[in-house]
Write a protein that binds this ligand. Structure first.
Ligand code: ATP
Length: 235
């Protein structure tokens, strides 16, 4: 459903992405692994249209290259950004409303989507009127994901959802991702926690120096000695 061809991004003299090609199929969880500075965030920003890139991005057969970030959201791609970035001085409920601005005139659909988010993350229902800045890190991550889902995407993009979270909280969030996939969502996930990401992913790509250096099914990559040495903490 997502077809990225030969995508490159430069920031002045720094070439952050060098001709990356990547696909995400329907109902697939794809992990994007790599060390700090490998170009993972840049790739996500190129896909979502937040940073200008050369190359091709097509989604559900539609060419998105040259289109801005808002039209990519309308096309069905939503991203929960790194560092969560919820609106701290707004309540949980208000954050969800903001995420649903595309459907703000359809009150029934809006209410239905908010209810679906509270079912996916019951914690958020309990904290519906709480200011988002006072949520725990894990709750803020749940809210960031829920806010992205409010646009009704077909592809959910996550930039390091485990960042700064306890393993048990990360595990709960990853279980929600598996549930979303069962319900038909495709997910592209950037993660430093390679072992946790490979445990839920169908396939993965490894970026190094702005290029894809390894790709395969999660099962293949888990067995790959190069992944083991670099990302799974030991040879
Ligand atoms: P991390 O895991 O640390 O977030 P990453 O794999 O997501 O890293 P990117 O953030 O995409 O990597 O960065 C790739 C390269 O591009 C790095 O060398 C980074 O310093 C550089 N870079 C990223 N954003 C900019 C920018 N706005 N201006 C200049 N250089 C940038």
């Amino acid at each position: 459903m997502l077809d990225v061809r030969d995508l490159s991004i430069s920031y002045g003299a720094v070439q952050a992405l060098r001709g990356v090609s990547l696909q995400v199929n329907e109902r697939e969880i794809v992990a994007l692994l790599g060390a700090n500075g490998a170009g993972k965030s840049s790739l996500l920003r190129g896909i979502t249209g937040l940073t200008a890139a050369t190359g091709g991005v097509a989604f559900l057969g539609r060419d998105l290259q040259g289109q801005g970030a808002p039209s990519r959201v309308t096309a069905g791609i939503a991203m929960a950004p790194e560092g969560r970035q919820v609106f701290a001085d707004q309540t949980v409920y208000e954050n969800l409303l903001l995420g649903g601005h595309l459907i703000r005139r359809d009150r029934a659909l809006l209410a239905q989507r908010i209810e679906a988010m509270f079912e996916l993350f019951p914690r958020l229902r309990e904290r519906r009127e709480q200011l988002s800045g006072t949520l725990s890190g894990g709750e803020q991550q749940m809210l960031a994901i829920a806010r992205a889902l409010m646009s009704g995407p077909r592809l959910l993009i996550l930039d390091e959802p485990s960042l700064g979270l306890a393993p048990i909280v990360t595990a709960a969030i990853f279980r929600s991702l598996l549930r979303l996939r069962r319900e038909g969502m495709a997910i592209l996930l950037v993660e430093q926690m390679a072992n946790q990401a490979l445990a839920i992913a169908d396939r993965a790509y490894v970026l190094e120096g702005g290029s894809v250096v390894l790709q395969g099914t999660a099962a293949e990559l888990k067995r790959d000695p190069r992944i083991h040495a670099a990302y799974l903490g030991g040879a």
